[in-house]
Design a protein around this ligand. Structure first.
Ligand SMILES: [Zn+2]
Length: 258
């Protein structure tokens, strides 16, 4: 989730060589490119998520299969919610690939940075990688995996709607500081997308507000993900907005994406 920058950066550089022109199929509009993809993306016009029910399936301690079923069900919820947003935006949608791992697997973006990354979206293999850690396996009521999968899904969305490819292009000849700033806008937007999804289905989860507050309280920032207070700001903004329309980090002032 928040700690996915190493692979993301690698992805930024290498995928430049591989990405072709994104063309919409059917009646969908072309995927936007250039600055408009970042600041005037049609995904910002879709309003709140329409599907607001998502049950969390029960998990058993140290039972990886039950965790995979739990995560697959969350993926179904994410596909429904985001698929509808894409439709409303007139953008072509497809479900992402996802891999659940328990050790540092080899990904299309290199070896998974275990111990550092909670999750990772690799734009080269177009796959969401979710590492289920031992401490998460021991605690079937934990909520970090929920946030992680919603956050990585957010990166997949960015890739499909022209945001990630545009940032890759713009970072190509940028200074290191400018590259970091681009990555922060990506990461904070993914935090907002995650907050928006989690908030939209919250009432159906049967969880205590404490779970969400605790998750935000434990947030720590860094140069590529933003200051903790900005991560909280964008997470809450998404949560309160219930949809991607409030997540335009690319039009936000520098202080909000520091
Ligand atoms: Zn991220």
């Amino acid at each position: 989730m928040r700690k996915s920058f190493i692979a993301l950066l690698m992805g930024l550089i290498v995928s430049l060589l591989l990405s072709g022109t994104a063309v919409a199929s059917g009646s969908a509009r072309p995927v936007p490119t250039g600055k408009a993809a970042l600041t005037k993306n049609p995904i910002y016009t879709t309003g709140e998520f329409d599907f607001t029910e998502c049950k969390e399936l029960s998990r058993q301690p140290d039972d990886v299969d039950s965790y995979k079923i739990y995560l697959d069900h969350l993926m179904d919820c994410l596909n429904l919610s985001w698929g509808e947003e894409f439709k409303q935006a007139g953008l072509p949608f497809a479900k992402p690939k996802v891999r659940y791992i328990t050790t540092a697997a080899k990904t299309g973006c290199g070896k998974y940075p275990a111990g550092y990354a909670a999750g990772m979206y690799c734009s080269l293999d177009k796959t969401m990688w979710i590492l289920i850690y031992k401490h998460q396996l021991a605690d079937p009521s934990e909520m970090d995996l929920f946030d992680t999968i919603a956050h990585e899904y957010g990166h997949y969305v960015q890739d499909r709607i022209g945001i990630m490819p545009t940032v890759e292009k713009m970072s190509r000849r940028a200074s290191k500081a400018a590259q970091y700033a681009w990555v922060r806008r990506l990461e904070l937007q993914a935090a907002c997308f995650s907050g928006a999804f989690v908030g939209s289905v919250w009432h159906s989860l049967g969880r205590d507000q404490f779970d969400w507050d605790d998750l935000l309280d434990r947030t720590s920032g860094d140069v590529l993900h933003g200051k903790a207070k900005n991560i909280r700001y964008w997470s809450m903004r998404g949560w309160n907005g219930n949809g991607p329309g409030v997540c335009n980090t690319f039009s936000a002032p520098a202080s909000k994406v520091a």
